[in-house]
Design a binder for this molecule. Structure first.
Ligand code: ZN
Length: 266
């Protein structure tokens, strides 16, 4: 039982009705701007509250729809296994939808800056989100495409793993951190405009990926603050051993602060 079930609801701006076993619907509450309702096993519906800014509704297994809230900025609906779609919410800046096992579509939310869709096994596409800064797609086996173009985006951090159908990553001009693990058909990462990619690049178990010589030189010869070099089971034509030795020889001269280093195939 929570204050909604007990009918103690009066006008206020913040509501926490988490862990209520019997709550089915969150009614329309005027002027509310923050709702926290995680772990509500019977919750099927949240009303479209106009002034809502923050909604934390993780692990509500029967919740099927997220309304198209006008003012919502922060949405955490992770582990909501019945949600199939995130609608276009214009003001949304942060979306956490990890492990939404039936999520098939994220619509174009123009102002989204942080998106974690890890574990969304049915998600096929990340739409063109030009304001996006951080994107996490760990364990998204159905993911086929991420954006049409990387040129005008603000993406700085991009992490992928186990994307079984992803075959191309476009050139994100502001990218600083790139993590790619176990993407078996990934053939091409367009490094041509990734001039900022110097702090962190790791790539593991991508047997189809080929990085052209000029890109390899540029990526691994940067004088970075941190050097993390990790290439495993990538195509043999990289001459990994030679490359790794070359980097090892250069370390005393090029690295000022070494935090972590993983070198394989030496
Ligand atoms: Zn209740």
């Amino acid at each position: 039982m929570c204050i909604i079930c007990e009918n103690k609801l009066v006008s206020f701006t913040f509501l926490d009705c988490s862990q209520c076993k019997i709550l089915k619907t969150i009614p329309l509450i005027e002027k509310i701007n923050s709702i926290i309702c995680y772990n509500c096993p019977s919750l099927t519906q949240i009303s479209d509250c106009n002034e809502l800014i923050r909604l934390i509704c993780c692990n509500c297994p029967l919740l099927q729809n997220i309304p198209q809230f006008q003012n919502l900025q922060n949405l955490d609906c992770s582990e909501c296994i019945s949600i199939t779609q995130i609608p276009c919410i214009d003001n949304l800046t942060r979306l956490d939808c990890r492990n939404c096992l039936n999520l098939k579509e994220i619509q174009k939310c123009e102002n989204l800056r942080y998106l974690d869709c890890s574990g969304c096994r049915l998600l096929e596409e990340i739409p063109q989100l030009n304001e996006l800064v951080n994107l996490w797609c760990y364990k998204c086996p159905g993911l086929k495409r991420i954006m049409r173009s990387g040129q005008f985006t603000k993406i700085q951090k991009l992490c992928f793993s186990d994307c079984l159908f992803l075959n191309e990553i476009p050139s994100f001009t502001k990218l600083c951190v790139l993590v790619i693990n176990n993407c078996p058909v990934l053939e091409r990462v367009d490094f041509s405009k990734m001039q900022e990619l110097k702090d962190f690049f790791t790539c593991e178990s991508c047997p189809s990926l080929y990085i052209p010589y000029k890109d390899r030189q540029r990526l691994f010869d940067k004088k970075g603050k941190y050097l993390i070099f990790r290439l495993k089971r990538v195509q043999q034509r990289y001459r990994l051993k030679v490359l790794a030795r070359k980097i090892l020889n250069q370390i005393p001269r090029t690295v000022r602060v070494l935090n972590d280093m993983i070198v394989s195939y030496c």
